[in-house]
Ligand binder design. Sequence first.
Ligand code: GLY
Length: 436
Amino acid sequence: MNVLVVGTGAREHAICESLKDDVELFSYMSNKNPGIAKIATFKQGNEGEVEKVAKYAEEKNIDIAVIGPEGPLGKGIVDELEKHGVSCVGPNIEAAKIETDKSFMRKLFEDYRIKGSVIYKVFDNYEDIVEFLDDFDRDAVVKPVGLTGGKGVKIVGDHLKDNQEAKTYAKEVMETKMGGFPQVIIEERLIGEEFTVQAFCDGNNLAAMPVAQDHPCAFEGGRGPITGGMGSFSDNNGILPFLTQDDYESSVDIMKDTLTAIKNEASPYKGILYGQFMLCEDGPKLIEYNARFGDPEVMNVLPLMKTKMIDVCEAIVDGNLKKISFEEKASVCKYLVPDGYPETKFANMPIKVDEDKINSLGAKVFYAAVNQKDDGIYTTSSRALGVVGIGNSLPDSEAIAEEACKYVSGNLYHRKDIGTTELIQKRIRHMKEIRD
Ligand code: GLY
């Protein structure tokens, strides 16, 4: 079977690794990702130019395309590929609205009375924003309606001083049409611990993967600017140490109800649904959905999958998804990023990665925003590579990941605290305080 993976980062490298032994693998990627280039026939190009991707897929007789990033989904890449006879793991443009149009997502929760919703309102004029925020007795979160690459959301208490500042930012989002919509969403700020549930979906059925927790802040202890994610962990029982089985099942139920609602209101959802939840005093609440795997969270789950990825892809396309099994192992992913990240000043620096040594430790390397050149691997302005330790327990996995980081050199840094017992205990205490 010919399978095309669209996208250039660590997420797509992880998807390619999960497929490489069972298919003829092709890639369409913007940068030359060294990990993907080694295992796939590839073309370099802009993944957002969906007609060009579809033409390449047709030329290569692709049977199934797996879409990595959200950008091309929002541009209708699945609809275009399907016109060219290519089946897809990824939602069409209508179903992808669950990520690309946050007002659509919140309205689904309201109309279908799906649990885990939040107080929110969509605005298209400043007077209404002022009136709403003057009466709002909670801290606000200001969100663009459309895609902003994770950079548009601002939270009172984190990025905004108070609801007064939220008014000014909401006006800017609306007036500059940030994310492509002339509207803005204001929601209540949630207090708790964040976690991620990713699920394969075939339009009707959903198969959930082990839960993971991402660490968006650049520096140890959760300090510094928000990034694309500095690393993540998952535990050997498939849930996290601060979650109960009930919390997990409630989250999966929320996602199942969402799947039904999308089918009724838009189109059957085929692909990966990423639920970002906040575990609050009264249970899980949905922060947002993504229409693709999480990055870094994909690196926690795919290496543990016992069911073959190609079988899962075929089941998604054919609409007969069953339960999927995972190894009962813990995983810790640490991202190595250029010094100065998320600023861009240290791009285009050489790095060295001793993959053999890293693999011999039982760890895995997934290349992200780097470029393979004739004389080696160079950073770009974003995250360089993810190193994943897999072991029987979280301390084992963390130690493996940390040891593996020693075999990557260059002007890079990573968060040493991700997956450590100290940080995990802090999360457990935080949740206990909230629930008590
Ligand atoms: N882990 C955040 C994301 O994938 O968007």
